[in-house]
Every structure is written in C-alpha cells, then in structure tokens.
Design a protein around this ligand. Structure first.
Ligand code: ARG
Length: 562
C-alpha cells in the first residue's frame, strides 16, 4: 500500500474522518526538512472544537505510525510525517520504475475529451511574440491533460473572418502580385493591408469596393473564395514552420469562418428562448443583471460578431466532442468577452456552461534591446525563435565544441529556453523577456533543466544500474532531498491540471534539477563500492526518467547530450 493511504488510515483511526478524505488533504511540505507528508489539522478544528496546533500536538502523541513512517511531528496547525529514508527510497524508486512513462500521470480522465482552444492565429497577420504564451501554455495543458488520461483536442480557432478580408482582396487586385506574395509570404500580405489603409484615406471608394469583395466572400463567389483560401494557405504554411520548430500539432484548424453556416442556429435559439433584445437595430443579450455590458449577437446590418461565433463554436464543440472541459487559452484582455458569452450560454440553459474555462494569461514585454524593433513593435515569433537558436548555437560552440548534431541540439535548447520563460510563473503574471535571463545555462531556465537531464544521461553512459538495490545506501541528505523532489512530482502534475497552471510542473522539474545537482556534486555516483554505486546509479536513472517526462509535459525536448 502507498504511504499516503497508510498515513490517512492511521489518522482516520484517531479522528473518525474518512480515510479517503484525509488522503486528499495530505500535502507535500514546502521543504523536505519538514517531512514527506503534512496533514493540515484546520479541517478538524470545527468538529473537535479545538485549535489546530493542539489537535496536531495530540495527534502526534496518539497516532500509530505505519511501518516505514519514522515520525510524526506537530508544526503549527500541521502534523508532519517523515518516512524512514530507505523505505521512502524504495517506495519512490519502485513507483518510478513500475509506472515508467506514466509516472506522475493518472487515468482519471479516461474516456473524456478536453477541448483546448489555443494559439488561435489570425489570417494574413504575422504570428508575433504576443502569441507565445497562448501557444506554449496551451501546448503544455494539452500534454498535461493527456498525462492525466484525458483525450485532448487541440483547436486553433483561426481568426479568418471579417471585413478585413474584403480589404485584402481589394488591395491585392489593385497593387498585388502573386509571385511576390508566394515568395514573401505574410509580410507581403501585411504590406498590402497597410497600403490599403493609407490609400483609403485619400480614396473613399476603396472602402466601398472592399465591402463589395467581402460580400462576395460571403456569397461564395469563386474568385473571391479562391483568393481568400489562398491568403489562408500562405499564412498557415508560415505558421506551420513555427509550430514544427516547437513540436506543436493541432487536431483542428476550424476557425471563425468554419461557423458561417452555424450562426442561424445561435440566433434562432436565442430568439426562441426569449433572450434576444432589439437595441438600436442590433440584436443583443442584455446582461445588465450580471453587471456586464450587453453581448451583441447581430449588428444592425445583420453581421454576426466575434462572440456570436464563439457561441456557435461552443455548441458545435459540445455536439462534436462532448467535452468534459473546454479551455480557452487567451490573454486576460479578453476576460470580459469570455465572461459575457459564457453567461449567454448559461442563460440558454446549458448546464455545461460551467465547463467552459477562460485560461487567461498576462502580457509579454521586452526589456530594452530584447526585441529588435525593425518591424515596429511587431516582433515576429519566428524571428525570436531563430535568434534564440542562433544565440544558443554560439554558446554551445564554446561550451561543447565536439558535440555531434550541435545544430539539432541548439534548436531544441533555443526553443526550450523561450518556451520555459513563459511557463515558469503563474499565468496571470506578465512575462518580461530578456535574453540574458532566458539563455542563462545556470539560472532557473529551460537550458539548465535540459542540461541537468543530459548530465544524468552522461553519467548513465558510463555505467548502468543493475540487479538488487540496497535502499538503505540512499540515506544521506542529498539523496533524500532528491528522492523527496521526485516524490513530489505527481502532486505537482495533478495540481497543474486542476489549476490549469503548467508552471507548477516546471517548478517541480526545477526542484528535481537542483536536488540532482546537489547530489551530483556532494556524493560520488561512481563510488568504489559496487552496492553504493548501484544505488546511486539507480537514483540517477530514476531522475533522468522523471526529468524526461517533466520536460515533455511542458513541451521541451530532452536531448541526451548537450
Ligand atoms: N484570434 C483571436 C485573437 O487573436 C483569439 C481567438 C481566441 N479563441 C476564441 N475562441 N475566441 O485575439
């Protein structure tokens, strides 16, 4: 049996609280010195009519310690359990080997779908640095969901609808050239768009023409449709290169235009349910009772809006995937938008409105010099990625001059450095981007985590663990600290899933790296004594395995040599 359940049962015996509930309450202490499990006694204060510290004190004296548990110590309102070091080593390492690639995961999501709407590129616009958080947070959540047994559905809700596409066609017809665009890609499309706005200031008739072209797109006119699809193809090909570099794949690119023929259902249903109100020609859902501005469904000219499309998309996703959750990884600036239309879905009577989650995040900003401002403040993601790869390549040329396939490794590490930077703090915190921090191989960075994994691999190339392990040989402080960090990993993944906060996984990975490096410097892994060497190699191998899982969960590659 697991220590968690044994401890829970011992507490249940004394308190009458169900063991299962106690198991859920047991925490990992913030620091291994305090112990391996902490029971918060606050939960009992009411029923027992006693202060938590007193409960902790009394429990410490009365609780029967299960085999393998060394002590129970009160600390404030907590009761901290410390395991026998060798029993803990045996439990953690056997679990890591038994669960293999599934370590830290679960099957709680089996048979359930989770839709994740992330990255959500806009057609004919560059993918810029602002898209980084959504892309990497969404990708990490995708992987974490999968690890928890869910079936994730990654959706890139393309911004591919709106009057701007009429302007694009108009500009292309006037000044564009097919070959230039095929060669120059999205940059050329943006140039045309900018030019349209400049010229339209002088020539009002251009706006009229643009409206005409947009109408043609709506009416599926062959020429307009072909051009629109072509803009999309150009954009997606370029975006795909970035996703390939980052190892990201989407299951669906159904974007705003996909819902064109699914809007009537929304309008009709809202109208049947008596939710639509006429307001200066527009049709809206009044949300004043919820202290929000109205959600506009149809403009006075009959055009649908961003929110209408999101409602249509949610209905479609529920029908198609019957999701357990539908996550929207979108910047906090759109907070009101999501609160509004989530409320509309709720008012429509769908109880699954509660399963729609806006996973919001803060902004990325550069320190001075972090981003080149050649293209105004539109810093293209591809340029940042390439710069990271290039800079990493230079560092590695110095650090590891003999490394084979250095280019591939520089790619993995450069991309990893950027990805990690967006996943090391709570989502809502704004991210400051600074090359020195991001690429510091010794800081709390992606490269440092990848380097630690490679270091473990390098030790294991010299020797592999084999045969029986004497766990009592892993009782020194560094081994124990490392084992505690490995033991904490599953809880971190679970909490990351519950809170949609991938940084909790990154932090757990970093704690393992720091503990491993302390172990590496303080304890000779390749010890003379064969049994000791074998035990330490096993711990090194377990570390390598868990780091590979953790890096993969946050979307970083784990090269074996650096
Ligand atoms: N394309 C939008 C933007 O760049 C984000 C779309 C987010 N997803 C959604 N279902 N609204 O702002």
């Amino acid at each position: 049996m697991e220590f968690r359940s044994m401890i829970a049962e011992a507490i249940a015996e004394k308190t009458g609280l169900p063991a299962e509930e106690i198991a859920g309450l047991l925490e990992t202490p913030p620091n291994p010195e305090l112990g391996d499990f902490a029971f918060p006694c606050f939960r009992l204060a009411k029923t027992l009519r006693k202060a938590p510290p007193l409960i902790a004190q009394e429990l410490a004296e009365s609780v029967a310690l299960p085999e393998g548990v060394g002590s129970a110590q009160p600390a404030g309102g907590y009761l901290n359990f410390t395991l026998d070091r060798s029993a803990q080593a045996r439990a953690v390492l056997s679990r890591i080997y038994a669960e293999g690639a599934r370590y830290g995961g679960s099957s709680e999501g089996a048979g359930r779908n989770v839709c994740i709407d992330y990255s959500s590129v806009n057609i004919a616009k560059p993918l810029h640095i602002g898209h980084l958080p959504s892309t990497v947070i969404g990708n990490a959540l995708y992987r974490i969901c999968r690890h928890m047994g869910y079936h994730p559905v990654g959706i890139n809700h393309l911004g591919d609808w709106g009057t701007q596409f009429g302007k694009m066609i108009c500009a292309y017809k006037a000044w564009g050239d097919r070959e230039t665009i095929e060669r120059g890609g999205v940059d050329e499309l943006v140039k045309l768009y900018v030019r349209f706005h400049q010229e339209a200031e002088q020539d009002e008739s251009l706006n009229e023409a643009a409206r005409g072209w947009f109408k043609k797109i709506e009416d599926r006119d062959p020429e307009a449709t072909a051009l629109f699809e072509w803009f999309k193809k150009i954009t997606l090909e370029e975006v795909q290169q970035v996703f390939d570099l980052m190892g990201i794949r989407f299951d669906s690119y159904a974007g705003e235009s996909f819902y064109n023929d699914k809007m009537d259902r929304v309008v009709n249903e809202l109208s049947e349910k008596g939710l639509l109100k006429l307001d200066q020609g527009a049709k809206i859902v009044d949300l004043s009772a919820y202290k929000m501005p109205p959600c506009i469904i149809l403009r006075s000219d009959g055009a649908t809006l961003y929110a209408t499309r999101d409602i249509a998309a949610a209905l479609y996703r529920k029908d198609t995937y019957d999701f357990a959750k539908c996550l929207y990884v979108v910047a906090y600036q759109q907070d009101l938008h999501f609160r509004q239309w989530f409320k509309v879905v709720e008012l429509m009577g769908y109880d699954w409105a509660k399963d729609l989650v806006h996973v919001s995040f803060g902004m990325v900003s550069g320190t001075e010099g972090a981003f080149s401002t050649r293209r105004g403040n539109m810093v293209k993601l591809r340029d940042v990625l390439n710069a990271a790869i290039e800079k990493t390549g230079e560092i590695m040329k110095e650090k590891s001059p003999d490394l084979e396939n250095r280019d591939a490794v520089a790619r993995d590490v450069g991309v990893g450095a950027l990805v990690w930077n967006s996943l090391y703090n709570g989502r809502i915190k704004d991210v400051v981007f600074d090359w020195d921090t991001v690429l510091n191989f010794d800081g709390e960075t992606g490269p440092y985590a990848q380097y630690t994994h490679a270091r473990a691999c390098s030790v294991l190339r010299k020797a592999q663990p084999q045969g029986e392990i004497d766990y009592s040989l892993l009782s020194d402080d560094e081994s124990r600290g490392l084992i505690a960090a490995l033991a904490a990993f599953p809880d971190a993944v679970r909490e990351a899933m519950d809170k949609y906060e991938p940084y909790l996984v990154s932090r757990a990975v970093m704690a393992i790296c720091q503990a491993f490096n302390r172990f590496y410097y303080q304890q000779r892994i390749m010890a003379e004594d064969a049994a000791l060497r074998n035990a330490r190699l096993t711990l090194t191998d377990a570390t390598r395995r868990v780091l590979a899982i953790g890096l993969d969960l946050v979307g970083l590659a784990a090269p074996e040599r650096m």
